[in-house]
Design a protein around this ligand. Structure first.
Ligand code: NAP
Length: 503
């Protein structure tokens, strides 16, 4: 396989990688290889299967617009339905034939002589392609907390991405470290079966009401027979999320009232669900709405009012064989310790693999030594024929599918232009990239991230330079408009004449 030059190598078989593959197929590229480290497709929705897992974006919106699913059982579908949807998409678009599982990519290098990407795989093999697309996700490298003594714990320790269904939770003393969106879904489920549950919170999260419920059979039938009805439902969901994001987060300086509204909705939800003022105070964030990813739940806050559930806000000192000891010397004896400690983004995930472009430019090092940047959240100067789908400024809107489809549109415009010009190598210019970075930096000044009070949020939106460059600070409409209209002169097009298969 080493000498065969594929049209494209895609790293990651989640929704991002599958969207890219669908688009490449539509554009006439059929020799694709999708390399995936896990044992099946679906990305996040394959890896995560903790109790309570569900999408926290309305399902009609959290799916490909060109592949609506009329069968979602609830407004916010359970995780297993997302995985089933991923399988359905792979089958319908005939993507499985491109996929190789249990294939860990260790790095990729641009080969100037042959104008190809050489992708190294654990075990020594090299896979070669004209294009390289990394779709490794934002939340795919689990973060294990650096807490003394965890390795000494005699009970079971599980990170939420490595859930072991064989572990019996019934009647156990369970500790959960972390109170992010994952814990918000998991904690009520654990409380339902545990003998005792202790939740270790370092930073509270904003939780707003979840307008969830089963989708009635009649509605599902209408979605199946009249796809326009589901399109309308999608539009409503997308618009609400968009208003929340644009008005509440990105236009913080111009529209402080919209941000306050978000905060008040969460506070009112908490007031309704938790009567004890002391407990309420401990669950109340002290940073502005949107600094940290908010979430939806009707069951999270009330869980802390149950007699067998403790919210522990003292800092963890260490773990020993029997449980957790906090800095004030108190201890909780545990049978099971759940690490809902999230993901490492800025340390290990930008990029998730080593990518070396022209003249030895190492993407990870370059980002860290300069600034995290990517033109339109997809292309980087010095990296020809490379599309980094999980790059700075790529995440547009609140549903990941908005991002994916914006990037699919960008690929369509660019690769069509390449074909028309007879080019085989394309690269974004340094100038276009710098202008995009300047524009995004300017827009961020208006957002809650720069203009609000986020210093206590410990938000993963911020990188080690203190910049919140994960989310694109524009509306999704504007992102999409740019994807279909960006100036083609922002790229250089070259015809190298190196024939395919010449590596
Ligand atoms: P997260 O939001 O990063 O939360 C991790 C939690 O662990 C935080 O509360 C963090 O505290 C805590 N933590 C980490 N290290 C710690 C330590 N050493 N000591 C004490 N506490 C520690 O991760 P997540 O909950 O897995 O969620 C990640 C993202 O996944 C979400 O924001 C969301 O985008 C996505 N998600 C989506 C869905 C969905 O339905 N679509 C569901 C779940 C998750 P600090 O805050 O103080 O750092």
């Amino acid at each position: 396989m080493g000498n065969n030059v594929h049209d494209a190598v895609i790293v990651g078989a989640g929704f991002g990688g599958m969207g890219a593959a669908i688009q490449l197929q539509r554009l006439g590229y059929d020799d694709l290889v999708i390399l995936e480290r896990e044992d099946d497709l679906g990305g996040t929705w394959h890896v995560n299967r903790y109790p309570g897992l569900a999408v926290d974006i309305p399902s009609a919106t959290y799916s490909y617009s060109f592949e609506p699913n009329p069968h979602w059982s609830r407004l916010f579908a359970p995780g297993a339905e997302l995985k089933a949807y991923a399988v359905h998409v792979a089958e319908k678009y005939d993507l499985r034939r491109h996929m190789r599982f249990h294939t860990v990519v260790t790095g990729a290098r641009w080969d100037e002589e042959t104008s190809t990407w050489h992708v190294a795989v654990e075990g020594g093999e090299t896979v070669v392609g004209r294009f390289l697309l990394t779709a490794t996700g934002f939340l795919s490298q689990p973060r294990l907390p650096d807490i003394d003594g965890i390795e000494d714990f005699a009970g079971t320790v599980m990170h939420t991405t490595r859930w072991d269904d064989d572990v019996d939770l019934e009647g156990k003393r369970i500790g959960v470290i972390g109170t992010g969106a994952t814990a918000v879904q998991l904690v009520p489920e654990l409380a339902a079966v545990a003998d005792h549950l202790t939740v270790y919170q370092r930073t509270p999260i904003c939780v707003s009401p979840k307008l969830d419920g089963p989708v009635p059979g009649l509605v599902r039938a209408a979605f199946a027979r009249l796809p326009l009805t589901q399109k309308a439902a999608r539009l409503v969901g997308t618009s609400l999320l968009e208003v929340m994001m644009v008005a509440g987060v990105l236009h913080f300086r111009d529209l402080p009232a919209a941000n306050q509204l978000g905060k008040r909705v969460c506070e009112a939800h908490l007031r309704r669900q938790v009567k004890d003022p002391e407990l309420r105070a401990r669950l109340t964030p002290d940073y502005d709405f949107g600094c940290k990813r908010p979430t939806f739940s009707n069951t999270y806050y009330p869980t802390f009012t149950r007699p067998h559930v403790d919210l522990e806000t003292a800092t963890i000192d260490h773990v020993d064989t029997d449980g957790i000891v906090t800095v004030d010397g108190r201890r909780a004896d545990l049978d099971i310790l759940v690490l809902a400690t999230g993901f490492s983004l800025w340390e290990t995930n930008f990029p998730a693999i080593q990518v070396v472009g022209r003249e030895g430019r190492d993407l990870g090092r370059w980002w860290r030594e300069t600034r995290f940047q990517a033109y339109e959240g997809i292309s980087v100067p010095g990296f020809p024929n490379f599309f980094c789908l999980n790059s700075p400024y790529s995440y547009s809107g609140l549903s990941y599918f908005t991002t994916i489809e914006t990037q699919m549109a960008h690929l369509a415009r660019l690769l069509t232009a390449m074909a028309q010009r007879g080019a085989d190598v394309v690269e974004v210019t340094e100038e276009a990239n710098a202008a995009f970075l300047d524009r995004m930096t300017g827009l961020l000044g208006n957002s809650v991230f720069n203009a609000g009070s986020c210093s206590t949020a410990r938000s993963y939106y911020f990188n080690q330079h203190g910049e919140a460059v994960l989310l694109r600070p524009t509306s999704t409409l504007s992102a999409h408009r740019e994807a279909v209209r960006f100036p083609l002169e922002d790229y250089t097009f070259a015809a190298t004449g190196v024939p395919a298969g010449a590596s």
